[in-house]
Every structure is written in structure tokens, then in C-alpha cells.
Design a protein around this ligand. Structure first.
Ligand SMILES: C[S@@+](CC[C@H](N)C(=O)[O-])C[C@H]1O[C@@H](n2cnc3c(N)ncnc32)[C@H](O)[C@@H]1O
Length: 301
């Protein structure tokens, strides 16, 4: 059986060792107990202040406030203490927490849930289109939303709704309700000064990020807005050429190749450096985090 006495001796030694080991596979040390994350309904002071400012200025009818996709945020109940506030979320644990906090809450998709007539709809970062929830809003009722998930942009294109005001923090840090030149919340900046002064906005280009790429390409830190736009066009053209080449080599990839004119972001390589170019420019006023106040128009308006 053993080809040499060395092998035999080794086997005997190993067997003796194994026989003496009582637990050849020691148990894993117990894992430290991780506190389960508690989900709790809670209001947010900044949102209460914003909704309250809207309420004071507009004095809206507010019998029913509907807040779908709000997770555990119960700020509407504090800002509208005399209203029936309906919370709807698709996440069961979230809704359990809301119910435990004594709030009227339903586990459902807001794309299907019918809250009845709603005077004020609130949607922040909802992950869904506002089309269905906003269809429950009564004539002259309001929708308060931000635009981080494109909710406000979607309502802007909905002919039934009109932007009536913006609730935001001013440059000086004051909470304000703005009703002036509301079209500026949709218009892109078009001067160097506006680019320099635009507040940080998620997803949009900003002056500080534009300067290095402009400097790398032009050797100057001047006319940043105009030069940045030119660089975006260069990036689009490069992408167009790359796509054409890719398509020639792999025609079967056609459906996966995007349209460079619709890209929000480009990775732009220049002189062995790589820059991220956002093709969305800041708006003349506001950011996607502001509260857009829409009102539902009468059908004839
Ligand atoms: C990104 S969170 C936003 C939460 C809160 N509004 C905020 O701004 O912090 C999106 C919430 O919407 C919920 N949600 C996603 N799709 C939904 C749907 N179809 N119906 C109801 N709730 C939904 C998620 O469960 C989550 O709580």
C-alpha cells in the first residue's frame, strides 16, 4: 500500500494527529449582534417650513392632502395639522412604521391607488410619474413637488397644471416663496455671470467643473460657458463617429447605441486627461431640489 516507509510514517503521524483533534472544524466565532435598523415615521423641519410657507401664502383648501411615495416622511401631517393626510407607499415595512406612528397609510402602488378627491398632492423623489396621482387632484387644487426625479418637469408639460410659485432658499439663506418670472425656472442660463452664480444642481453642469476642461482645451479660464458648449459639441461629434464605427462593425448592436444628441453625460478625453461633461446647463433660477407649486387649472383655462 505504501510506496515507501516515509509515506507510511507520514500517514501514521497524520492519523494520530487527526484522532487527537476533537473538533477538526472549529465552530465560527459568534457574530456580533447587529441592531436591526428601525424604520420610524418622522417629519423633517425643512419640509415643514416649506409647506407651511405655501399654506400661509396661498391659504388653500386642504381638506385632503395626499402624499404617495413619501417613505417615512410625515412632514405633511405637521404642516397641515387640520387636514386628512393619506400616505401610500409600496414598501410594506415603511407603511407599518407609518401606521405604528398613528398615520393613515396604505401599502399600495400609487399608480393604482385611488385616494378620492385630493386638494393637495405632495410628491418628492417619488420614482414614479405624477400622471396618475395628479389625476386625483380637484380643480384649483395644488401639487407640491421637486424635480429630482423629473416630477416637476413632467407637470410642466401637463396642460392641466400651471406653475404658480417656487418655494426655495434664497442666496442669502432665507426661505422664500417666489412668484416672479416663473418661466426662468425652465430656461437655461445664457451668460457667463449666470453660469458663475448658478447654485449647485444635481445632474447639471457647474462652473467649477467646467473651468478645468475649458482650461485644458483652450489654455484659458475665460468665456467658460461658450467654450464649454463648444466642448460638448466636440464630445457629441466624437461619440457620433464612434457610434458609426461600432455600427459598421456590429450592426446587431444598433438598438443599444444611444443618440449623442440626447446624452446627459459624456466622458471626454483630452491630452491624457479624462473629464466628465454634463450636457445639462443650470436653469436661470432654482434647482431640482426646490419645491415647485403647481395649480390645477379649470378645463376652460
Ligand atoms: C426615493 S424614495 C423617496 C422618499 C421620500 N419622498 C424622500 O424624498 O425622501 C421613493 C419612495 O417611493 C416608494 N415607491 C416607489 N414606487 C412606488 C409606487 N409605485 N407606489 C407607491 N410607492 C412607491 C418607495 O417605496 C420609496 O419609499
Amino acid at each position: 500500500m505504501f510506496r515507501s516507509s516515509t509515506n507510511k510514517n507520514l500517514f501514521i503521524k497524520l492519523k494520530t494527529f487527526m484522532d487527537n483533534v476533537k473538533e477538526p472544524y472549529p465552530e465560527e466565532p459568534p457574530k456580533p449582534e447587529v441592531e436591526p435598523k428601525t424604520i420610524e415615521a418622522k417629519p423633517h423641519l425643512d419640509l415643514i417650513a416649506k409647506y407651511s410657507l405655501f399654506r400661509e401664502k396661498f391659504q388653500p383648501k386642504a381638506d385632503t392632502v395626499y402624499h404617495p411615495c413619501g417613505a417615512t416622511d410625515v412632514s405633511p401631517s405637521v404642516a397641515f395639522p387640520a387636514s386628512r393626510v393619506i400616505y401610500v407607499d409600496i414598501d410594506e415595512k415603511t407603511v407599518e412604521a407609518l401606521k405604528e406612528g398613528g398615520f393613515e397609510a396604505y401599502t399600495a402602488s400609487a399608480l393604482e391607488f385611488d385616494p378620492g378627491d385630493v386638494d393637495i398632492l405632495i410628491m418628492l423623489n417619488p420614482q414614479i410619474s405624477p400622471d396618475i396621482p395628479s389625476s386625483h387632484v380637484v380643480e384649483n387644487g395644488f401639487v407640491l413637488s421637486n424635480d429630482y426625479h423629473g416630477t416637476a418637469s413632467s407637470l410642466h408639460h401637463n396642460k392641466q397644471y400651471q406653475l404658480r410659485a417656487m418655494v426655495r432658499v434664497s442666496r442669502g439663506g432665507e426661505l422664500m416663496l417666489d412668484t416672479e418670472n416663473l418661466e426662468d425656472y425652465w430656461r437655461e442660463i445664457d451668460t457667463e455671470e449666470e453660469f458663475q452664480n448658478a447654485p449647485f444642481d444635481w445632474g447639471a453642469a457647474n462652473y467649477q467643473m467646467a473651468v478645468p476642461v475649458v482650461e485644458a482645451v483652450t489654455g484659458k479660464r475665460e468665456n467658460v460657458l461658450a467654450e464649454y458648449k463648444k466642448i460638448i459639441n466636440i464630445a457629441r461629434e466624437e461619440q457620433r463617429q464612434e457610434n458609426a464605427q461600432m455600427l459598421a462593425e456590429h450592426p446587431e448592436w444598433a438598438e443599444f447605441i444611444g443618440d449623442p444628441d440626447k446624452e446627459d453625460i459624456f466622458m471626454f478625453n483630452y491630452s491624457e486627461r479624462q473629464f466628465v461633461l454634463s450636457t445639462t446647463l443650470p436653469r436661470k433660477k432654482g434647482t431640482v431640489d426646490d419645491i415647485f407649486v403647481f395649480q390645477k387649472k379649470k378645463p376652460t383655462e
